[in-house]
Design a protein around this ligand. Structure first.
Ligand code: PBG
Ligand code: ZN
Length: 326
């Protein structure tokens, strides 16, 4: 393998040569597309910190989900912004809640499309924390009881996958047991297993109005310095019954994605989060980078790091670009 006998450039000479020896590719199959659902009808409200993305009422969310399905995207993940917030986030488990309605409507319109529901309470509580508070601190086990109620309510509405995102200890067991008790043994669990306390969630919190009024989430989300702990979290979630494990955010944690995909024999999802989307959009808007190129390079990097599934706001754009390449 030495120059001049081996000349790597020979295989880079034309696009077909490059295509033939490409090791990693993107496909629509890889993506999950997030949707933010709000009460009302006919609502399609731009999210200022996420240009190109919207808060949709259920009817509009169905249209957007259908567009995603038509692009070949296999799954959407739903986030809800409730009518009313309260101290415990009770709208999260209301059978007439906005996510429950969206699940029913999307499954009716596109039965083959996988519908996932994020399950947490920060969008639903008036204080913005991910569960029930006890003397100002997150009460883990009390919050699990409500999480169990919420995932059963999503299952009743017809959800395919629930995605507990609160990083509470025992959250997968709470979901699996409650689902199985109600005969929803076919509802899968995508666990936010290694979710870091990150500044990259900023635009998302604006989109769903879920920033904590006081304090932060460092008491339950992971410390950014840790990777061995991410493996422990993933192993625990697998033992508790997770069907998919997740690393989140993606870009500052590509090494974690690699470690998890090497160590854990389960499908690995990576969440290409709101701040990662916003940075590309902001720089592209100023003409500083080529949006299409950087989006594809970024998503490919997440795949190359070992992610089987990529949750991304750029999923529809990526699928359109993949169609153009053919
Ligand atoms: C809710 C939740 C968050 C995200 C997904 N589910 C925010 C948070 O933990 O504050 C972040 C998604 C994104 O930034 O795109 N627990
Ligand atoms: Zn939360």
């Amino acid at each position: 393998m030495n120059y001049p006998d081996y000349r790597p450039r020979r295989m880079r000479r034309t696009e077909n040569l490059r295509r033939m020896i490409r090791e990693t590719r993107l496909a629509p199959d890889d993506f999950v597309y997030p949707l933010f659902v709000v009460p009302g009808t006919g609502v399609q409200k731009p999210i200022s910190s996420l240009p190109g993305l919207f808060n949709f009422s259920v009817d509009k969310a169905v249209e957007e989900a259908s567009r995603a399905a038509d692009l070949g995207i296999p799954a959407v993940i739903l986030f809800g912004i409730p009518e009313h917030k309260d101290a415990v986030g009770s709208e999260a488990w209301k059978d007439s809640g906005v996510v429950q309605k969206a699940i029913r409507a999307i499954k009716k319109a596109r039965p083959q499309l996988i519908v996932m529901a994020d399950a947490c309470f920060c969008e639903y509580t008036d204080h913005g924390h991910c569960g029930v508070l006890h003397e100002g601190a997150l009460d883990n086990d009390a919050s699990l009881e409500n999480l169990a109620r919420a995932v059963v309510s999503y299952a009743k509405a017809g959800v395919d996958v629930v995605a507990p995102s609160g990083m509470l200890d025992g959250f997968v067991t709470a979901c699996r047991e409650s689902l199985d008790e109600q005969d929803f043994d076919q509802v899968a669990i995508m666990a936010y297993s290694a979710k870091y306390a990150s500044g990259y969630y900023g635009p998302f919190r604006e989109a769903v109005d879920s920033a904590p009024q006081e304090g932060d989430r460092r008491g339950h989300q992971m410390d950014p310095g840790n990777v061995a702990e991410a493996l422990r979290e993933c192993s625990m979630d697998v033992a508790e019954g997770a069907d998919i494990i997740m690393v989140k955010p993606a870009l500052a944690y590509l090494d974690v994605i690699r470690a998890v995909s090497d160590e854990i024999n389960m499908p690995v999802a990576a969440y290409n989060v709101s701040g990662e989307y916003a940075m590309i959009e902001a720089a592209a808007e100023r003409g500083w980078i080529d949006r299409d190129r950087v989006v594809m390079e970024t998503l490919l990097g997440i795949r190359r790091a070992g992610a089987d599934i990529i949750i991304s706001y750029h999923a529809p754009l990526a699928c359109k670009l993949l169609q153009k390449q053919r």
